[in-house]
Design a protein around this ligand. Structure first.
Ligand code: HEC
Length: 297
């Protein structure tokens, strides 16, 4: 049930649900969750390979078969090798880490994993080679000690997108940096714009001019403020998009005061597209459901 909360968060555009800290979900749900995450991430990527559940032993002894595949694996943490790398084994084997362990590289790991505790990991199987990993995983530096690099070189490893620990916390979530003052200001405007837009749409659908007038006033002001935030930031194109959005609000106002509800509906749809155009270029979503201004590039 709680999984649905994250799914809803991933799908939400106009009414995003924030994923509460430490939201729990079962390991079985990880596969579904990942496919949703992939499907929702802009820009639209080709659908990823399905995730196949696997046992650590099977992967360690059949590595050729799985290289390039997406897998999920529930196993015990063995040696913790660095801030972003650890080994997993089929079951806890205290102080006797055997040759059948599997290396897990987690480019994002927000907290440590605990030896001998179970984790559920999901990601792509690669053949471990630091140079290949550097090419494959943008911005990630393999940080294993030299002896571990030699031990695992050529063996299968998982580049993890999800690492759910025994408290059902996904340690591999991409969390946002702290909000900048501009982001706080924009966020406050968006939190006014979203409900006002929803109410305006309802008012227009129901031909209610009082509701429309009320929400139009809120939107006009909030878009004017949005425009000036982008102006200060010096992003001409985003400033223009905010201006356009305001113009669509003006058009809606004209239609509703003139009683032309069909024209108003069309302008509502155009305004909705302005929201989406700007979000596609300038908004970035993080795994906890929060948003920030998208960084260039
Ligand atoms: C000029 C660009 C622009 C336009 C136009 C725009 N937005 Fe946004 N919106 C953003 C950016 C950038 C963010 C992320 C900033 C943040 O929340 O920190 C955002 C965030 C949001 C959020 C998430 C707020 C949160 O953190 O919970 C919602 C909801 C939203 N916008 C709704 C809308 C709707 C609805 C419209 C149109 C009626 C719209 N926006 C038009 C740029 C825009």
């Amino acid at each position: 049930m709680l999984t649905l909360t994250r799914s809803a968060a991933l799908q939400g555009c106009s009414t995003p649900a924030r994923r509460p800290e430490g939201l729990r979900y079962t390991s079985l749900a990880v596969v579904a969750l990942l496919s949703i995450a992939h499907a929702q991430q802009p820009p639209p990527a080709p659908p990823g390979k399905p995730y196949v559940p696997l046992a650590a032993d099977a992967l360690a002894s059949n590595s050729d078969h799985y290289v390039g595949e997406n897998v999920t694996l529930t196993a015990a943490v063995g040696r913790v090798l660095s801030r972003s790398a650890f080994a997993v084994e089929q079951r806890p084997v205290v102080a006797k880490h055997d040759a059948k362990d599997v290396l897990v590289l987690a480019p994002i790991l927000n907290g440590p994993v605990e030896p001998d505790k179970y984790v559920t990991v999901a990601g792509e199987v690669v053949r471990f080679d630091p140079a290949e990993i550097a090419k494959k995983v943008k911005g990630y530096q393999v940080d294993l000690p030299p002896d571990a690099i030699e031990k695992y070189r050529g063996r299968p490893a998982i580049v993890a997108k999800v690492v759910v620990n025994d408290k059902s916390v996904d340690l591999a979530m991409r969390l946002p940096p702290p909000e900048t003052p501009e982001e706080k200001a924009l966020d406050a405007r968006m939190k006014k714009i979203a409900p006002a837009f929803a109410a305006l749409r309802g008012g227009v659908d129901a031909s209610k001019s009082d509701v429309a007038a009320q929400q139009i006033a809120v939107l006009k002001q909030a878009f004017a403020e949005t425009e000036s935030i982008w102006k200060q930031k010096g992003v001409a194109e985003a400033m223009k998009l905010a201006q356009d959005a305001r113009k669509h609000v003006d058009a809606i106002e004209q239609s509703t005061t003139g009683g032309d509800w069909e024209a108003a509906k069309k302008s509502v749809a155009t305004l909705n597209q302005s929201c989406q155009t700007c979000h596609a270029s300038y908004r970035e979503r993080f795994d906890d459901g929060s948003y920030r201004i998208k960084k260039a590039g």
